[in-house]
Write a protein that binds this ligand. Structure first.
Ligand code: PHE
Length: 493
Protein backbone atom coordinates (compact mmCIF):
# COMPACT_ATOMS: atom_id res chain seq x y z
CA UNK A 1 0.00 0.00 0.00
CA UNK A 2 2.74 2.43 1.01
CA UNK A 3 4.65 1.72 -2.19
CA UNK A 4 1.57 2.39 -4.25
CA UNK A 5 1.02 5.63 -2.48
CA UNK A 6 4.64 6.62 -2.98
CA UNK A 7 4.17 6.26 -6.71
CA UNK A 8 0.99 8.32 -6.72
CA UNK A 9 1.82 10.91 -4.15
CA UNK A 10 5.54 11.48 -4.28
CA UNK A 11 5.29 12.45 -7.90
CA UNK A 12 7.61 15.46 -8.12
CA UNK A 13 5.35 17.32 -10.56
CA UNK A 14 2.51 17.32 -8.10
CA UNK A 15 4.02 18.56 -4.87
CA UNK A 16 2.92 21.21 -2.41
CA UNK A 17 6.09 22.78 -0.96
CA UNK A 18 7.87 19.49 -1.64
CA UNK A 19 5.05 17.56 0.05
CA UNK A 20 2.31 15.32 -1.41
CA UNK A 21 -0.27 17.36 -3.31
CA UNK A 22 -3.09 16.08 -1.07
CA UNK A 23 -1.58 18.17 1.71
CA UNK A 24 -2.82 21.29 -0.05
CA UNK A 25 -6.41 19.99 -0.12
CA UNK A 26 -6.30 19.20 3.60
CA UNK A 27 -4.42 22.42 4.39
CA UNK A 28 -7.18 24.61 2.92
CA UNK A 29 -10.01 22.50 4.35
CA UNK A 30 -8.63 22.85 7.86
CA UNK A 31 -7.74 26.51 7.29
CA UNK A 32 -11.38 27.34 6.55
CA UNK A 33 -12.66 25.19 9.40
CA UNK A 34 -10.36 27.01 11.83
CA UNK A 35 -11.36 30.33 10.29
CA UNK A 36 -14.95 29.53 11.15
CA UNK A 37 -14.08 28.21 14.64
CA UNK A 38 -11.88 31.14 15.64
CA UNK A 39 -14.42 33.61 14.19
CA UNK A 40 -17.01 32.17 16.50
CA UNK A 41 -14.43 32.25 19.28
CA UNK A 42 -13.82 35.95 18.60
CA UNK A 43 -17.42 37.18 18.48
CA UNK A 44 -19.51 34.66 20.43
CA UNK A 45 -18.86 36.25 23.83
CA UNK A 46 -19.72 39.74 22.60
CA UNK A 47 -22.78 38.47 20.72
CA UNK A 48 -24.05 36.86 23.92
CA UNK A 49 -23.43 39.87 26.16
CA UNK A 50 -24.32 42.77 23.88
CA UNK A 51 -27.79 44.27 24.32
CA UNK A 52 -30.59 43.64 21.83
CA UNK A 53 -30.29 47.15 20.34
CA UNK A 54 -26.76 46.30 19.23
CA UNK A 55 -27.91 42.95 17.85
CA UNK A 56 -26.74 40.92 20.85
CA UNK A 57 -28.61 38.50 23.12
CA UNK A 58 -28.25 40.54 26.33
CA UNK A 59 -26.96 37.73 28.57
CA UNK A 60 -25.12 38.33 31.85
CA UNK A 61 -21.33 38.11 31.61
CA UNK A 62 -20.65 35.07 33.89
CA UNK A 63 -23.24 32.90 32.08
CA UNK A 64 -21.93 34.04 28.72
CA UNK A 65 -18.31 33.30 29.67
CA UNK A 66 -19.33 29.85 30.86
CA UNK A 67 -21.16 29.10 27.62
CA UNK A 68 -18.03 30.06 25.68
CA UNK A 69 -15.95 27.78 27.95
CA UNK A 70 -18.35 24.84 27.45
CA UNK A 71 -18.28 25.45 23.72
CA UNK A 72 -14.44 25.36 23.74
CA UNK A 73 -14.28 22.07 25.64
CA UNK A 74 -17.06 20.35 23.66
CA UNK A 75 -15.52 21.28 20.31
CA UNK A 76 -12.55 18.99 21.04
CA UNK A 77 -14.48 16.35 22.99
CA UNK A 78 -16.74 15.76 20.02
CA UNK A 79 -13.72 14.39 18.17
CA UNK A 80 -14.63 11.15 19.98
CA UNK A 81 -17.83 10.93 17.94
CA UNK A 82 -16.02 11.89 14.74
CA UNK A 83 -13.34 9.26 15.35
CA UNK A 84 -15.92 6.55 15.95
CA UNK A 85 -17.98 7.43 12.90
CA UNK A 86 -14.87 7.49 10.73
CA UNK A 87 -13.28 4.25 11.99
CA UNK A 88 -16.50 2.26 12.03
CA UNK A 89 -19.03 3.76 9.63
CA UNK A 90 -18.07 6.40 7.08
CA UNK A 91 -14.28 6.45 6.70
CA UNK A 92 -12.27 9.66 7.10
CA UNK A 93 -12.98 11.23 3.69
CA UNK A 94 -16.75 11.21 3.98
CA UNK A 95 -16.66 12.19 7.66
CA UNK A 96 -14.69 15.33 6.78
CA UNK A 97 -17.18 16.22 4.06
CA UNK A 98 -20.23 15.84 6.30
CA UNK A 99 -18.41 17.65 9.10
CA UNK A 100 -17.90 20.63 6.80
CA UNK A 101 -21.57 20.57 5.76
CA UNK A 102 -22.66 20.58 9.42
CA UNK A 103 -20.29 23.46 10.27
CA UNK A 104 -21.60 25.52 7.35
CA UNK A 105 -25.24 24.85 8.40
CA UNK A 106 -24.43 25.70 12.04
CA UNK A 107 -22.86 29.00 11.04
CA UNK A 108 -25.72 29.77 8.68
CA UNK A 109 -28.26 29.37 11.51
CA UNK A 110 -26.47 32.24 13.24
CA UNK A 111 -26.85 34.42 10.17
CA UNK A 112 -30.63 34.24 10.67
CA UNK A 113 -32.17 36.25 13.52
CA UNK A 114 -33.22 33.14 15.46
CA UNK A 115 -31.94 34.32 18.88
CA UNK A 116 -31.52 31.59 21.54
CA UNK A 117 -33.00 28.68 19.58
CA UNK A 118 -30.65 29.48 16.71
CA UNK A 119 -27.73 29.79 19.11
CA UNK A 120 -28.15 26.48 20.92
CA UNK A 121 -28.99 24.47 17.81
CA UNK A 122 -26.08 26.01 16.00
CA UNK A 123 -23.65 25.22 18.84
CA UNK A 124 -24.73 21.56 18.84
CA UNK A 125 -24.41 21.31 15.04
CA UNK A 126 -21.00 23.06 14.90
CA UNK A 127 -19.63 20.96 17.78
CA UNK A 128 -20.69 17.76 15.96
CA UNK A 129 -19.38 19.01 12.62
CA UNK A 130 -15.99 19.90 14.09
CA UNK A 131 -15.79 16.48 15.71
CA UNK A 132 -16.33 14.93 12.27
CA UNK A 133 -13.96 17.23 10.44
CA UNK A 134 -10.95 18.17 12.56
CA UNK A 135 -9.52 14.84 13.76
CA UNK A 136 -10.20 13.16 10.42
CA UNK A 137 -8.48 15.86 8.38
CA UNK A 138 -5.38 15.52 10.59
CA UNK A 139 -5.64 11.76 10.31
CA UNK A 140 -5.65 11.93 6.51
CA UNK A 141 -2.57 14.17 6.54
CA UNK A 142 -0.80 11.26 8.26
CA UNK A 143 -2.17 8.93 5.57
CA UNK A 144 -0.27 10.85 2.89
CA UNK A 145 3.04 9.47 4.17
CA UNK A 146 4.46 6.02 4.71
CA UNK A 147 5.43 5.31 8.34
CA UNK A 148 9.07 6.02 7.68
CA UNK A 149 8.72 9.01 5.33
CA UNK A 150 10.91 11.74 6.87
CA UNK A 151 8.78 14.49 5.29
CA UNK A 152 5.98 13.67 7.69
CA UNK A 153 6.84 16.12 10.51
CA UNK A 154 7.58 18.96 8.10
CA UNK A 155 4.26 18.16 6.37
CA UNK A 156 2.43 18.55 9.68
CA UNK A 157 4.29 21.82 10.28
CA UNK A 158 2.97 23.15 6.96
CA UNK A 159 -0.52 21.86 7.78
CA UNK A 160 -0.25 23.63 11.13
CA UNK A 161 0.38 26.89 9.29
CA UNK A 162 -2.99 26.43 7.56
CA UNK A 163 -4.63 26.13 10.98
CA UNK A 164 -2.99 29.33 12.11
CA UNK A 165 -3.68 31.35 8.96
CA UNK A 166 -7.37 30.64 9.65
CA UNK A 167 -6.87 31.48 13.33
CA UNK A 168 -5.16 34.78 12.54
CA UNK A 169 -7.56 36.00 9.85
CA UNK A 170 -10.70 35.20 11.88
CA UNK A 171 -10.37 37.75 14.73
CA UNK A 172 -9.24 40.44 12.32
CA UNK A 173 -11.89 40.00 9.64
CA UNK A 174 -14.91 38.46 11.35
CA UNK A 175 -14.13 39.99 14.75
CA UNK A 176 -13.96 43.42 13.20
CA UNK A 177 -17.00 43.09 10.88
CA UNK A 178 -19.02 41.35 13.60
CA UNK A 179 -18.40 44.04 16.18
CA UNK A 180 -18.45 47.07 13.89
CA UNK A 181 -21.35 46.18 11.58
CA UNK A 182 -23.42 43.17 12.56
CA UNK A 183 -22.85 39.84 14.25
CA UNK A 184 -25.02 38.13 11.66
CA UNK A 185 -22.83 39.49 8.89
CA UNK A 186 -19.79 38.14 10.75
CA UNK A 187 -21.38 34.67 10.90
CA UNK A 188 -22.27 34.98 7.21
CA UNK A 189 -18.57 35.40 6.44
CA UNK A 190 -17.62 32.28 8.35
CA UNK A 191 -20.41 30.38 6.56
CA UNK A 192 -18.99 31.49 3.21
CA UNK A 193 -15.47 30.53 4.33
CA UNK A 194 -16.57 27.00 5.24
CA UNK A 195 -18.45 26.61 1.94
CA UNK A 196 -15.33 27.66 0.01
CA UNK A 197 -13.34 25.14 2.03
CA UNK A 198 -15.87 22.41 1.19
CA UNK A 199 -15.83 23.18 -2.53
CA UNK A 200 -12.06 22.95 -2.77
CA UNK A 201 -12.14 19.79 -0.61
CA UNK A 202 -14.66 18.10 -2.89
CA UNK A 203 -12.64 18.97 -5.98
CA UNK A 204 -9.29 18.02 -4.45
CA UNK A 205 -10.10 14.84 -2.59
CA UNK A 206 -10.85 12.65 -5.59
CA UNK A 207 -7.63 13.70 -7.28
CA UNK A 208 -5.13 13.83 -4.48
CA UNK A 209 -6.23 11.92 -1.41
CA UNK A 210 -5.30 8.36 -0.78
CA UNK A 211 -8.12 5.91 -1.29
CA UNK A 212 -7.58 4.66 2.28
CA UNK A 213 -9.76 7.29 3.89
CA UNK A 214 -12.66 6.16 1.71
CA UNK A 215 -13.38 3.10 3.84
CA UNK A 216 -13.75 2.82 7.61
CA UNK A 217 -10.63 1.22 9.17
CA UNK A 218 -12.68 -1.18 11.28
CA UNK A 219 -16.22 -1.35 9.81
CA UNK A 220 -19.04 -2.59 12.01
CA UNK A 221 -19.70 -6.21 11.10
CA UNK A 222 -23.33 -7.27 10.61
CA UNK A 223 -23.09 -9.45 13.74
CA UNK A 224 -21.90 -6.48 15.80
CA UNK A 225 -24.65 -4.12 14.67
CA UNK A 226 -27.05 -4.93 17.50
CA UNK A 227 -24.38 -4.50 20.17
CA UNK A 228 -23.13 -1.17 18.84
CA UNK A 229 -26.67 0.13 18.49
CA UNK A 230 -27.45 -0.88 22.06
CA UNK A 231 -24.33 0.95 23.26
CA UNK A 232 -25.28 4.12 21.39
CA UNK A 233 -28.83 4.02 22.76
CA UNK A 234 -27.46 3.48 26.27
CA UNK A 235 -25.16 6.52 26.01
CA UNK A 236 -27.97 8.71 24.63
CA UNK A 237 -30.26 7.43 27.36
CA UNK A 238 -27.68 8.29 30.03
CA UNK A 239 -27.18 11.81 28.66
CA UNK A 240 -30.87 12.61 28.23
CA UNK A 241 -31.81 10.85 31.49
CA UNK A 242 -29.08 12.75 33.35
CA UNK A 243 -30.27 16.08 31.95
CA UNK A 244 -33.91 15.34 32.86
CA UNK A 245 -32.85 14.28 36.37
CA UNK A 246 -30.91 17.52 36.77
CA UNK A 247 -33.88 19.52 35.53
CA UNK A 248 -36.38 17.96 37.96
CA UNK A 249 -33.99 18.29 40.90
CA UNK A 250 -33.32 21.92 39.99
CA UNK A 251 -29.61 21.32 39.51
CA UNK A 252 -29.50 22.01 35.79
CA UNK A 253 -27.29 25.09 35.76
CA UNK A 254 -24.21 26.22 33.90
CA UNK A 255 -21.83 25.61 36.81
CA UNK A 256 -22.92 22.00 37.25
CA UNK A 257 -22.66 21.37 33.54
CA UNK A 258 -19.13 22.79 33.53
CA UNK A 259 -18.28 20.54 36.47
CA UNK A 260 -19.58 17.45 34.64
CA UNK A 261 -17.65 18.44 31.54
CA UNK A 262 -14.48 18.82 33.63
CA UNK A 263 -14.89 15.28 34.94
CA UNK A 264 -15.68 13.93 31.48
CA UNK A 265 -12.67 15.74 30.04
CA UNK A 266 -10.36 13.89 32.39
CA UNK A 267 -12.17 10.52 32.28
CA UNK A 268 -12.65 10.20 28.52
CA UNK A 269 -8.98 9.73 27.55
CA UNK A 270 -8.55 7.21 30.38
CA UNK A 271 -11.56 5.20 29.20
CA UNK A 272 -10.28 5.37 25.63
CA UNK A 273 -6.82 4.08 26.47
CA UNK A 274 -8.24 1.22 28.56
CA UNK A 275 -10.55 0.35 25.68
CA UNK A 276 -7.67 0.21 23.20
CA UNK A 277 -5.53 -1.87 25.54
CA UNK A 278 -8.30 -4.40 26.09
CA UNK A 279 -9.16 -4.69 22.43
CA UNK A 280 -8.36 -8.04 20.78
CA UNK A 281 -7.76 -6.08 17.58
CA UNK A 282 -4.35 -4.80 18.64
CA UNK A 283 -1.04 -6.63 18.47
CA UNK A 284 1.76 -6.78 21.07
CA UNK A 285 3.68 -4.25 18.99
CA UNK A 286 0.67 -1.90 18.98
CA UNK A 287 0.47 -2.22 22.74
CA UNK A 288 4.06 -1.03 23.18
CA UNK A 289 3.47 1.89 20.85
CA UNK A 290 0.33 2.92 22.71
CA UNK A 291 2.23 2.72 26.00
CA UNK A 292 4.90 5.09 24.66
CA UNK A 293 2.11 7.29 23.36
CA UNK A 294 0.44 7.51 26.78
CA UNK A 295 3.60 9.02 28.34
CA UNK A 296 3.81 11.63 25.60
CA UNK A 297 0.06 12.28 25.83
CA UNK A 298 0.25 13.01 29.57
CA UNK A 299 3.11 15.45 28.95
CA UNK A 300 1.01 17.13 26.24
CA UNK A 301 -1.87 17.75 28.67
CA UNK A 302 0.50 19.84 30.83
CA UNK A 303 1.63 21.77 27.79
CA UNK A 304 -1.97 22.45 26.63
CA UNK A 305 -2.92 23.54 30.11
CA UNK A 306 -0.36 26.37 29.99
CA UNK A 307 -1.03 27.04 26.31
CA UNK A 308 -4.79 27.45 26.82
CA UNK A 309 -4.16 29.83 29.72
CA UNK A 310 -2.46 32.14 27.25
CA UNK A 311 -5.98 32.48 25.81
CA UNK A 312 -7.67 33.06 29.17
CA UNK A 313 -5.26 34.29 31.87
CA UNK A 314 -2.97 36.36 29.65
CA UNK A 315 -5.75 38.71 28.47
CA UNK A 316 -6.64 39.17 32.16
CA UNK A 317 -3.01 39.90 33.07
CA UNK A 318 -2.91 42.28 30.13
CA UNK A 319 -5.91 44.13 31.47
CA UNK A 320 -4.94 44.16 35.13
CA UNK A 321 -1.18 44.37 35.19
CA UNK A 322 0.15 45.88 32.00
CA UNK A 323 0.42 49.13 30.24
CA UNK A 324 -1.41 48.40 26.99
CA UNK A 325 0.22 50.90 24.72
CA UNK A 326 2.61 49.26 22.30
CA UNK A 327 4.50 51.13 19.57
CA UNK A 328 2.03 53.97 20.04
CA UNK A 329 -0.96 51.64 19.51
CA UNK A 330 -3.49 50.95 22.20
CA UNK A 331 -4.12 47.22 22.03
CA UNK A 332 -7.17 45.50 23.50
CA UNK A 333 -6.70 42.68 26.03
CA UNK A 334 -8.63 40.25 23.81
CA UNK A 335 -6.22 40.90 20.96
CA UNK A 336 -3.45 39.13 22.84
CA UNK A 337 -4.96 35.86 21.71
CA UNK A 338 -4.04 36.75 18.11
CA UNK A 339 -0.32 36.76 18.90
CA UNK A 340 -0.22 32.94 19.19
CA UNK A 341 -1.18 32.41 15.58
CA UNK A 342 1.15 35.18 14.46
CA UNK A 343 4.18 33.59 16.13
CA UNK A 344 3.27 30.13 14.78
CA UNK A 345 3.27 31.62 11.29
CA UNK A 346 6.62 33.35 11.85
CA UNK A 347 8.34 30.23 13.21
CA UNK A 348 6.79 27.45 11.11
CA UNK A 349 8.61 27.98 7.79
CA UNK A 350 11.96 27.81 9.58
CA UNK A 351 11.07 24.76 11.58
CA UNK A 352 9.57 22.95 8.58
CA UNK A 353 12.65 23.63 6.50
CA UNK A 354 14.97 22.53 9.32
CA UNK A 355 13.09 19.20 9.63
CA UNK A 356 13.16 18.76 5.86
CA UNK A 357 16.92 19.41 5.74
CA UNK A 358 17.66 17.15 8.72
CA UNK A 359 15.54 14.32 7.27
CA UNK A 360 16.52 11.19 9.18
CA UNK A 361 18.64 13.09 11.68
CA UNK A 362 15.92 15.27 13.16
CA UNK A 363 15.34 15.13 16.93
CA UNK A 364 12.88 12.51 18.20
CA UNK A 365 9.29 13.39 19.12
CA UNK A 366 10.20 13.03 22.78
CA UNK A 367 12.93 15.68 22.43
CA UNK A 368 10.51 17.99 20.64
CA UNK A 369 8.00 17.50 23.46
CA UNK A 370 10.66 18.10 26.12
CA UNK A 371 11.67 21.41 24.54
CA UNK A 372 7.96 22.23 24.16
CA UNK A 373 7.38 21.75 27.88
CA UNK A 374 10.50 23.75 28.75
CA UNK A 375 9.25 26.64 26.67
CA UNK A 376 5.82 26.52 28.33
CA UNK A 377 7.55 26.61 31.74
CA UNK A 378 9.61 29.63 30.77
CA UNK A 379 6.64 31.48 29.29
CA UNK A 380 5.14 31.56 32.80
CA UNK A 381 8.40 31.94 34.75
CA UNK A 382 9.46 34.96 32.67
CA UNK A 383 6.52 36.92 34.16
CA UNK A 384 8.20 36.70 37.56
CA UNK A 385 10.85 39.12 36.26
CA UNK A 386 8.64 42.20 35.78
CA UNK A 387 6.56 41.31 38.85
CA UNK A 388 9.66 41.24 41.05
CA UNK A 389 11.20 44.28 39.34
CA UNK A 390 8.14 46.51 39.68
CA UNK A 391 6.17 44.87 42.47
CA UNK A 392 2.65 43.41 42.53
CA UNK A 393 0.01 45.86 41.37
CA UNK A 394 2.40 48.09 39.42
CA UNK A 395 1.76 48.17 35.69
CA UNK A 396 4.54 46.76 33.52
CA UNK A 397 5.05 46.83 29.79
CA UNK A 398 2.80 44.54 27.70
CA UNK A 399 5.95 43.49 25.86
CA UNK A 400 6.62 41.06 28.73
CA UNK A 401 3.42 39.20 27.84
CA UNK A 402 4.31 39.21 24.17
CA UNK A 403 7.72 37.79 25.12
CA UNK A 404 5.94 35.07 27.15
CA UNK A 405 3.76 34.22 24.13
CA UNK A 406 6.79 34.26 21.81
CA UNK A 407 8.45 31.70 24.10
CA UNK A 408 5.49 29.33 24.47
CA UNK A 409 4.89 29.40 20.73
CA UNK A 410 8.36 27.94 20.08
CA UNK A 411 7.01 25.04 22.10
CA UNK A 412 3.72 24.86 20.20
CA UNK A 413 5.46 24.76 16.83
CA UNK A 414 7.73 21.95 18.02
CA UNK A 415 5.23 19.94 20.01
CA UNK A 416 1.85 20.22 18.31
CA UNK A 417 2.71 19.16 14.74
CA UNK A 418 5.05 16.48 16.14
CA UNK A 419 2.17 15.25 18.30
CA UNK A 420 -0.18 15.02 15.30
CA UNK A 421 2.50 13.24 13.34
CA UNK A 422 3.28 10.77 16.14
CA UNK A 423 -0.42 10.06 16.69
CA UNK A 424 -0.87 9.00 13.07
CA UNK A 425 2.34 6.96 13.23
CA UNK A 426 1.65 5.01 16.43
CA UNK A 427 -2.06 4.39 15.93
CA UNK A 428 -3.07 0.71 15.73
CA UNK A 429 -4.84 0.02 12.42
CA UNK A 430 -8.28 -0.51 13.95
CA UNK A 431 -8.05 2.77 15.86
CA UNK A 432 -6.44 5.27 13.49
CA UNK A 433 -9.15 7.93 13.66
CA UNK A 434 -9.93 7.23 17.30
CA UNK A 435 -6.28 7.80 18.27
CA UNK A 436 -6.54 11.22 16.63
CA UNK A 437 -9.62 11.86 18.76
CA UNK A 438 -7.52 11.03 21.81
CA UNK A 439 -4.92 13.57 20.73
CA UNK A 440 -7.62 16.27 20.75
CA UNK A 441 -8.94 14.97 24.05
CA UNK A 442 -5.56 16.07 25.48
CA UNK A 443 -6.46 19.69 24.84
CA UNK A 444 -10.04 19.08 26.02
CA UNK A 445 -8.73 17.52 29.27
CA UNK A 446 -6.40 20.49 29.78
CA UNK A 447 -9.22 22.97 29.23
CA UNK A 448 -11.55 21.05 31.53
CA UNK A 449 -8.87 21.01 34.19
CA UNK A 450 -8.16 24.72 33.62
CA UNK A 451 -11.84 25.58 34.11
CA UNK A 452 -11.24 24.84 37.81
CA UNK A 453 -7.57 25.91 37.99
CA UNK A 454 -8.00 29.44 36.67
CA UNK A 455 -10.34 30.25 39.55
CA UNK A 456 -7.22 30.34 41.75
CA UNK A 457 -5.62 33.15 39.82
CA UNK A 458 -5.73 36.68 41.30
CA UNK A 459 -3.43 39.67 40.87
CA UNK A 460 -2.08 39.19 44.40
CA UNK A 461 -1.11 35.58 44.03
CA UNK A 462 0.12 35.96 40.46
CA UNK A 463 3.79 35.28 41.42
CA UNK A 464 2.87 32.03 43.20
CA UNK A 465 0.48 31.02 40.42
CA UNK A 466 2.96 31.50 37.59
CA UNK A 467 5.89 30.27 39.69
CA UNK A 468 4.27 26.99 40.75
CA UNK A 469 2.80 26.20 37.32
CA UNK A 470 6.14 27.03 35.68
CA UNK A 471 8.05 24.76 38.07
CA UNK A 472 5.62 21.88 37.54
CA UNK A 473 6.12 22.17 33.77
CA UNK A 474 9.91 22.22 34.30
CA UNK A 475 9.59 19.06 36.41
CA UNK A 476 7.54 17.26 33.74
CA UNK A 477 10.07 18.29 31.08
CA UNK A 478 12.83 16.78 33.24
CA UNK A 479 10.95 13.50 33.74
CA UNK A 480 10.32 13.28 30.00
CA UNK A 481 14.00 13.89 29.36
CA UNK A 482 14.88 11.00 31.70
CA UNK A 483 12.40 8.70 29.94
CA UNK A 484 13.71 9.57 26.51
CA UNK A 485 15.54 6.25 25.91
CA UNK A 486 12.76 4.10 27.36
CA UNK A 487 10.21 5.69 25.04
CA UNK A 488 12.49 5.24 22.02
CA UNK A 489 12.91 1.54 22.90
CA UNK A 490 9.15 1.02 23.15
CA UNK A 491 8.32 2.49 19.77
CA UNK A 492 8.27 -0.15 17.03
CA UNK A 493 7.14 0.94 13.59
N1 PHE B 1 -4.17 26.12 17.35
C1 PHE B 1 -4.49 24.73 17.57
C2 PHE B 1 -5.70 24.38 16.75
O1 PHE B 1 -6.59 25.19 16.67
C3 PHE B 1 -4.72 24.49 19.01
C4 PHE B 1 -5.00 23.07 19.38
C5 PHE B 1 -4.01 22.14 19.48
C6 PHE B 1 -6.27 22.67 19.65
C7 PHE B 1 -4.26 20.82 19.86
C8 PHE B 1 -6.56 21.37 20.03
C9 PHE B 1 -5.53 20.44 20.16
O2 PHE B 1 -5.77 23.33 16.17
Amino acid sequence: MDNDSDINFNNKKKTFFGQPRGLSTLFFTEMWERFSYYSMHAILLFYLIDNARNGGLGMDTPTATSIVAIYGALIYMSSVIGGFVSDRILGAQRSVFWGGVLIAIGNFLLVLPLKFIGLYTSIIIIVLGTGFLKPNTSDMVGGLYSKTDTRRDAGFNIYYMGINIGALLAPFIVGWIGQSYSYHLGFALSTIGMILGLIQYSLGRKKYLKTDGLKPGDPIKPAEKGKVLRQIVLILFLIIGGLILMAVTNTLNVNNIIFIITILGVLLPIIYFINIFRSPKITAKDRQNVLAYIVIFVASVFFWSIFEQIMTIFPLVAQQMTNLSILGLNIKPSQFTGFNALFVLIYSPFIASIWTKMGDHQPSSTTKFTIGLLSSAFSFLILLVPISLYGIGAKFSAWWLILGIAIVEIGEVLLSPAGLSLTTKLAPKAFTAQMMSIWYLGDAAAQSFNAQLVKMYTVNNAPIYFGVMGLIALGIAFVLFLMHKKIANLIKL
